[in-house]
Ligand binder design. Structure first.
Ligand SMILES: *[C@@H]1O[C@H](CO)[C@@H](O)[C@H](O)[C@H]1NC(C)=O
Length: 254
């Protein structure tokens, strides 16, 4: 897989030379398992954590630009075989870890699109909390803007139809969300999925509202510290999928 990836990088580089010049100078594609690119307050990660579950495939990403606090980036992937998640290309925002109660807002916009053939994937914020600033993660909060194919949330409870059962439905930032609760062995996981079942391809709102809902109405302790805030796509299966983030911002005010 290493050699295949290197060959792909080489072919992309060759194409880039032949392509007409763009107004925004693009950075090179990064296809490394732990590849990352830092731009402004964002770190974009390739994060191929589950790639060993695939029969074949690869994923690359690139950062396309930063304007103020608005980032644009994309990832291109193919994963064949295995039913588990292969990768989570995502943009993580830098901030100083602090108690949830110290956070004033987490204003975010996210405009994205998918092309090619992603057959099992999600588009989601992935937020982690811990009982101390430098501690290991205990709670995970996922806000899904899309569930593609069979992708579904972690849940303790499933209905007779085999589908996860929501613990609540709540309106936050102008959308109705089904709330799911479960554990993946490492973290307690709360997931918000659009109750409409439709994709939200242009989101704008205060992400802190999801957290304050959980501390007020679910079991997330308000004494937890915010440790990580990412936004990207978990890829399980698909061919020549291109996930393009034309605008992403996350501004955490403490
Ligand atoms: C589950 O646990 C791992 C830690 O091993 C964590 O990093 C990951 O994001 C979790 N995945 C999901 C989908 O909850």
């Amino acid at each position: 897989m290493k050699f295949a990836t290197a060959a792909f990088v080489a072919s992309v580089a060759a194409l880039a030379v032949a392509a007409p010049t763009k107004t925004i100078e693009k950075r090179a594609q990064n296809c490394e398992q732990y590849g990352s690119v830092t731009t402004g307050s964002y770190i974009v990660y390739n994060d191929l954590w589950g790639e060993s579950g695939a029969t074949s495939g690869s994923q690359c990403f690139e950062v396309d630009g930063l304007s103020g606090t608005t980032l644009s980036w994309k990832t291109t992937w193919t994963w064949v075989g295995g039913s588990s998640i292969k990768s989570y290309a995502n943009a993580v925002t830098s901030f100083t870890s602090t108690k949830l109660t110290n956070i004033k807002s987490m204003k975010s916009t996210w405009k994205w699109s998918y092309s090619g053939s992603p057959t099992n994937a999600d588009v989601a914020y992935d937020i982690f909390t811990s009982s101390s600033a430098g501690g290991s993660n205990e709670y995970e909060i996922m806000i899904w803007l899309a569930a593609i194919g069979d992708a579904g949330p972690i849940s303790y409870n499933y209905g007779s139809d085999g589908k996860p059962t929501a613990v609540a439905t709540v309106t936050i930032d102008g959308y109705s969300w089904n709330v799911y609760y479960g554990s993946n062995g490492s973290n307690y996981v709360y997931s918000f999925l659009p109750a409409s079942g439709s994709e939200i391809t242009s989101f704008s709102g205060d992400v802190l509202a999801f957290i304050t809902y959980l501390t007020a109405h679910q079991t997330l302790p308000s004494s937890q510290y915010l440790t990580s805030v990412g936004a990207g796509t978990e890829a399980t299966a698909g061919t020549n999928a291109v996930f393009t983030v034309s605008a992403y911002s996350m501004v955490i005010s403490e």
